[in-house]
Design a protein around this ligand. Structure first.
Ligand code: MIC
Ligand code: SF4
Length: 637
């Protein structure tokens, strides 16, 4: 039978189940990655599991998110992570070595392998022909302990790219087009698999820009074939030996096929406050711009920065624009330093940061009041820049650089200059000295005062008796649920971090929820479609759990967040009739009688909300129901 790339890789890794879309399967994980903001909790959980060494082929712990280090908390976490890596057999990529996804692509990704990462943009690795999946830290901890990863077997959507991009149009415009077609919700349980004659015009980092932002559509992952272009990239990294060819069979069947003509694409922008609000740059032309941020884990590769340097060479930034550039990795930064492009960026007026997440997660470079900020990163959620009033537009490096010069949103095709076509080095300058190998000795684990214990839940109660503590709308992101930015330094300290749950939606939430919890009532969150979009941060489940949230009743959930809720014993419920959402208000009393018994027997559920009967669903596998009944994964022992 003819097979897709997705099916081929999944089937090679199947531990339980068959490749039947919609059914739960378990797969073997070859590689894992963690980053520091999710990693401390993941390793606390890994320690609690109690194995002596990681069981994967490769596990890498990156430090790239919390590197601002105001106060002792971040540095203490880094020391903790380094000592854990040393003891348990994990490679440790130190702060300053680069953003996890970019470094992983450069140094470790291998076609045909599976990668599970405690970061939602782990699908970046799909640019190399591997299956990279984002998950909560606990799932990654389990994978490091040698356990399989459970997921719904995906439906595969083929996206054929035809022709070639015109000058000034690039990979970011391709994925923004894909976002325009698919939106940011309703794609749970799918994989985007790319094909078509246009692939031969796209390098691995360009492909990785596309797979990186597939995450914004909510798909399980995105994957490209591994071909001669993949081989060339690995060769330039000194890793040709890691190459294998992976292609889809000619007649492979897909759930849906989409065709995109690359030469018809134009510069695009995702408008505030969602990556799915796509317009053409031309439609926005002329809008004054205050800040331009280039980099993050997407569009921060050597080629991206060389194009920007080519555009800005012999130009100065507009005086009213603050220009921030965050290279994706120390490798990228070193290569542009060695070839002189860094000097061109500095001469144009760029502020170069270390290769970290930085501006992308709002823990530095927040823009001025009411700013228009153009960014090449992947998320423009409300409040994510660190200010509540910024209008963030996501664009390509070309469109970003054009605005740097003019001070206004500008279609880069209107700059009237020649499109820079940088030569790719045959061999990148590489230096892995900031990736520390483990000694596997009985290293003492360093625990600073910021590091608490991994919290766990109590088993699901007989009945739920509580209150709708908050009612929120559609597409609530994990940034709404628990902000990152300046609050992210409390990732290892759940009681402290929990004070900020729903901070940007409703400042009173945390206190109210804690008071209900302390008076013995359960907290219930009511939400619209796509609840939990965005990051993999399991704190969006752990902190509500700490505040006594027992269930979320939503029209629909996004994949990673739903899994995190289950892992921490919070029941993800959906409306049988979405219209009931309208009848519910914050403060309504909720009773779900005998929920424990009904869940155990997989029987239909009913809630009584403000005295009205509401039909609700809890569509889970047997395994998931068992986890929930135990109060989450850690409750299962
Ligand atoms: C993000 O882009 O939102 C993050 C910060 O990388 C998160 C992980 C986290 O919250 O630590 C993600 O994408 O998973
Ligand atoms: Fe870091 Fe931003 Fe990428 Fe998340 S999306 S990993 S915060 S650069």
């Amino acid at each position: 039978m003819a097979k897709t790339i997705t099916q081929k890789i999944f089937e090679k890794h199947l531990v339980e189940g068959k490749f039947e879309p919609g059914k739960e399967i378990a797969v073997k994980i070859d590689q894992t990655l963690t980053q520091d903001a999710t990693g401390t909790m993941a390793y606390l959980q890994f320690e609690a599991i109690g194995v002596s060494q990681v069981k994967t082929e490769l596990s890498v712990s990156y430090v790239d998110h919390n590197t601002i280090q105001i106060g002792f908390e971040n540095a203490d976490d880094h020391r903790y992570l380094q000592s854990i890596a040393d003891r348990y057999g994990i490679l440790f990529s130190q702060a300053g070595n680069g953003i996890c996804h970019q470094v992983h692509l450069e140094r470790f990704g291998k076609p045909g392998k599976t990668l599970l990462g405690s970061d939602s943009h782990t699908p970046t690795a799909g640019g190399l022909g591997m299956i990279g999946i984002g998950a909560g830290g606990l799932d990654v901890a389990l994978a490091m302990a040698g356990k399989p990863f459970y997921l719904t077997c995906p439906r595969v959507i083929r996206i054929n790219l035809h022709g070639a991009l015109n000058p000034w149009v690039s990979a970011k415009d391709v994925i923004l087009k894909v976002l325009e077609i698919f939106g940011t919700s309703g794609n749970v349980g799918c994989v985007f698999e790319y094909g078509g004659d246009g692939l031969k015009t796209l390098s691995v980092p360009e492909r990785a820009t596309i797979t990186n932002m597939g995450t914004e559509c909510g798909v399980t992952t995105s994957v490209f074939p591994s071909d001669e272009i993949t081989r060339e990239f690995l060769k330039a990294q000194g890793r040709e030996g890691d190459w294998t060819e992976i292609t889809a069979d000619e007649d492979a069947g897909y759930d849906r096929i989409i065709d995109i003509q690359l030469d018809e694409l134009v510069p695009m922008a995702a408008c505030p406050h969602n990556p799915g609000n796509v317009k053409t740059v031309q439609e926005l032309e002329g809008m004054e711009v205050n800040q331009v941020c280039i980099g993050s884990c997407t569009n921060s590769s050597y080629k991206d920065l060389m194009i920007v340097a080519g555009i800005l060479k012999a130009n100065k930034k507009h005086p009213n624009v603050s220009l921030i550039i965050s290279p994706g990795s120390r490798q990228v930064l070193s290569n542009i330093a060695l070839n002189g492009a860094l000097a061109d960026l500095l001469a144009a007026g760029a502020r170069i940061t270390e290769p970290i997440c930085g501006f992308c997660i709002g823990n530095s470079q927040s823009p001025q009041t009411n700013a228009v900020s153009l960014r090449t990163s992947n998320r423009n959620f409300f409040g994510r820049s660190g200010t509540k009033d910024a209008q963030v537009y996501l664009v390509s490096p070309e469109s970003a650089a054009a605005a740097v010069i003019t001070g206004r949103i500008t279609d880069p095709r209107h700059l009237g200059m020649e499109y820079p076509q940088p030569q790719m080095p045959e061999r990148f300058y590489t230096d892995d000295s900031m990736i520390i190998g483990p000694s596997l000795s009985s290293t003492e684990i360093y625990r600073g005062p910021n590091i608490g214990k991994p919290p766990s839940n109590t088993p699901i109660p007989e009945s739920i008796q509580g209150v709708v503590t908050i009612k929120v709308g559609d597409k609530i992101t994990t940034d709404h649920i628990i902000p990152a930015g300046s609050r992210m330094k409390y990732r290892s300290n759940v009681p402290e971090y929990s004070k900020f749950v729903f901070e940007i939606e409703d400042e009173g939430f945390a206190k109210r929820a804690a008071a209900y919890r302390d008076s013995g009532r359960h907290n219930i969150i009511v939400a619209g479609i796509g609840y939990g979009q965005g990051s993999s941060r399991e704190h969006a489940a752990i902190c509500p759990m700490f505040l006594g949230v027992k269930a979320v009743l939503a029209k629909s959930f996004e994949r990673i967040h739903a899994a995190n809720l289950i892992n921490f014993g919070i029941i993800p419920l959906t409306f049988a009739n979405d219209a009931d959402y309208e009848q519910i208000d914050a403060g309504d009393e909720v009773i779900i009688a005998d929920i424990r018994g009904l869940l155990a027997e997989n029987k239909p559920l009913k809630a009584k909300i403000n005295g009205r009967e509401v039909d609700i669903n809890c569509s889970l596998s047997d395994r998931q129901r068992q986890i929930l009944l135990a109060g989450g994964m850690l409750g299962r022992g």
